[in-house]
Design a protein around this ligand. Sequence first.
Ligand code: CP
Length: 303
Amino acid sequence: MRHLISPLDFTTEELNQIFDLAASIEQNPQKYAHVCDGKILATCFYEPSTRTRLSFESAMTRLGGQVIGFSDAGSSSASKGESVSDTIRVISCYADICAMRHPKEGAATVASSKSLIPVINAGDGGHQHPTQTLTDLLTIKNLKGRLDNFTIGLCGDLKFGRTVHSLIHALVRYPNIRFLFISPEELRIPDYILEMLKERKIPFEEVIRLEDVLPQLDLLYMTRVQRERFFNEEDYVRLKDFYILTTEKMKLAKEDMLVLHPLPRVNEIDVEVDDDPRAAYFKQAQYGVYVRMALIMTLLELV
Ligand code: CP
């Protein structure tokens, strides 16, 4: 039995198989409409979510399966003190596969160690968000035609942004990727990631001003400042609008640069940018359904 806890749990070859399956699902959804007949997905979300939870639910429903779950810890027995380990043992009796989001780093790992069914990490604290990474990689592959040879700027909250951490871990396995980390000092990318890049001799730079590097980028990955992970509101208010991508700034970017964002957006991308053909974030959300369908099929060994 396999789980997805980190983007590194699949080889690049296995990821390609998932992306090929996602492409096939997109082209011919009817072919896959009953592959999960009789199967149940449990969505155990101890933290708020729109995209991840609903795209998993949409994915399982489109595959013919059914969904059970909870969308906040307060409506589960976690509010009475039940541990993640006990919860997953019980969920294993009710469902065939589980997608779990939890505010604590490592919660999905703990769950997978006790689970009798595949566990998918749907985000654990500020640590990892591997299914967002699958979504991001599929978007880049489909819209750029490759997963190598580019300069990517990651901008915003690089300290707490788990989507950023996951994506970097996945991208280092592809050749000739250069990272530009764009953040205020307080929200710098964690040192352990910089150390990993140095060890692997992967080029990166840290900068503060987005405008200084925008013309160099093939991909711009914007992120929101993660209010829920701040210790005080004052720091959040000071940093929340540090970056705002506008149509004016987009004039500095390459004509074929893609703007990605895991969403939700707050203020960091002006809504006017949505009309720019380089804005790919809503398409990205759409790819999230296909890739989660492919992931569910893969983990349930229905491929
Ligand atoms: N991208 C993402 O994880 O969005 P949600 O928090 O809405 O699931």
